[in-house]
Design a protein around this ligand. Structure first.
Ligand code: PGU
Length: 473
């Protein structure tokens, strides 16, 4: 089989001169300059090659059409782009980010010593390890099962990973393109975007901003941010995040019982994203869906050390797939998820996993509690600051996000207004789904002083606004 290489308008046929002894460079370029020039010193050949610009070309490979259905880029890089643009225009501006939910406080000492211990072990003969189990270190799976789930799950049900976002994408690989999907509206954009990428949807409807084939379960103040399940049609998969990103709502026990009953009745699988579970301060609110009777036959739980321990850059998470959860033909879902983890992933970093072990002993858990207290206090500050301006504000009690209603205003306009008038970066609610059209999200992960300063600026710019619909430049 011949492959055409086009260079400076000359086609050459790779198959005509493939020679195992030739370097890649020679295989690609040598025939282009003709047989007589082969003896030229490499230096001369390279100069000639550099002088010859490559012609623009396309391959013969068809684009995966699912990607053409996506609306623009991923939400957070888009916000980063607008922020950069603003800084280019106003290099003197001191921007405050209440945008992406990225932790800012240093990893506390005991947990950090777990990470350094993990790194140091790699420099010793006895401690060195290479590839690990695709499912993670057994000791960490055990500790997650006991410390987070009080032994309600088995260590074998726990799959350690490089984070919740990556697990969501890998779960989609397990489900494939024939399943139907429901999401909360608004919700973390990864559920919808990965559903589109794997081909579970049709195109977006420009008027509703909803993808054909996805069921959007509206969550707003009118329904206590919990969908009216009587109105929700059956789907195979239900993505559900609690405490919710972006609304900050944490589902009560009764609500989760209703969700589990709904999924069992319909024979659906819930993918429950509990990335913010430790922010739950209300003792009556479950921190895991696996606390609910019957969930072990209808739910997967995705989780992460990112927000618990400042591991957004370290990368460590896990997913629980109970052995009792089965597909229609009786195959355990864990079997296929394990297959994906071992095929498309190669185990979480051994350094990060040592950090994970340190997170879950007594000293680590105490450090995590202090970190969360810090962010929850920030959330209180932001919530009360926005309330004092007359905005209708949600979340921020059992979650690090504040969801601010700006009735009738496009959230992208409000985003721009906060940026221009206060140099404060937020996240426009529309990025989380059509129900977020007139909301913005504030993140409490900024340093305390930054939260105070952001509130000071916003109060100065919008002070005296009692009708949020009037917010405008
Ligand atoms: N699940 C939820 C609900 C999240 O909000 C986030 C991060 C993740 C999972 C990702 O967890 P990892 O374990 O770190 O992969 N949400 C942030 C970051 C956004 C992003 O996707 O880059 C946010 O601001 O919403």
């Amino acid at each position: 089989m011949f492959v055409s290489w086009v260079h400076s308008g000359i086609s050459c046929w790779k198959g005509s001169f493939v020679d195992a002894d030739l370097s890649l460079e020679r295989r690609c370029y040598a025939p282009l300059v003709g047989p007589g020039t082969r003896a030229q010193p490499r230096r001369v050949r390279r100069r000639r090659q550099q002088q010859q610009p490559l012609l623009a070309m396309t391959t013969q490979v068809q684009r995966n059409e699912n990607f053409s259905k996506l609306q623009g880029g991923y939400l957070f890089p888009e916000i980063a782009r607008r922020r950069r643009q603003y800084l280019e225009r106003h290099p003197e501006a001191s921007l405050i980010s209440l945008g992406i939910g990225d932790t800012t406080q240093p990893i506390p000492p005991h947990i950090c010593s777990g990470l350094t211990h993990g790194a140091q072990r790699l420099g010793t003969k006895e401690g060195y390890s290479g590839y690990g189990d695709g499912e993670g270190l057994y000791a960490l799976r055990q500790r997650i099962a006991s410390s987070i789930y009080g032994d309600r799950v088995k260590p074998e049900d726990v799959f350690v990973s490089d984070g919740a976002k990556c697990d969501i994408a890998r779960i989609q690989m397990v489900f494939g393109n024939q399943v139907t999907v429901a999401v909360q509206d608004p919700s973390y954009p990864v559920y919808v975007d990965t559903a589109v990428m794997v081909g579970q949807t049709g195109r977006i409807d420009a008027s509703t901003q909803q993808y054909d084939g996805i069921v959007y379960m509206r969550c707003d103040a009118a329904n206590d941010f919990f969908p009216d399940l009587r109105q929700v049609p059956r789907t195979d998969i239900i993505f559900f995040c609690s405490p919710n990103n972006p609304t900050g709502a944490a589902a009560s026990r009764a609500q989760l019982e209703e969700l589990v009953a709904f999924a069992r009745y319909n024979g659906s699988i819930i993918v429950y994203d509990a990335a913010y579970a430790p922010f739950i301060r209300d003792p009556s609110v479950p921190r895991s869906i696996l606390e609910i009777d019957g969930a072990h036959e209808c739910a997967i739980e995705v989780n992460s050390f990112s927000k618990y321990a400042g591991f957004t850059g370290v990368r460590l998470g896990w997913t629980v797939v109970p052995s009792t959860l089965r597909f229609a033909d009786g195959t355990p879902v864990a079997k296929d998820f394990g297959r994906v983890m071992n095929t498309a992933f190669n185990g979480a970093s051994n350094i990060a996993q040592q950090g994970g072990l340190a997170c879950l002993d007594d000293a680590g858990r105490a450090e995590i509690e202090r970190l969360i207290d810090y962010y929850i206090e920030n959330a209180r500050l932001l919530r009360e600051g926005m309330e004092s301006l007359g905005f209708s504000v949600h979340g921020g009690r059992n979650a690090p996000y504040i969801w601010v209603h700006m009735p009738g205003r496009s959230s992208w306009d409000v985003f721009t207004e906060f940026l221009e008038r206060c140099q404060v970066v937020t996240v426009p609610g529309a990025g989380f789904g059509p129900a977020g059209y007139d909301y913005v999200r504030l993140s409490a992960f900024a340093p305390r002083e930054a939260c105070r300063e952001a509130m000071r600026r916003i109060q100065e710019a919008f002070g005296g606004v009692t009708d949020p619909a009037r917010v405008s430049v």
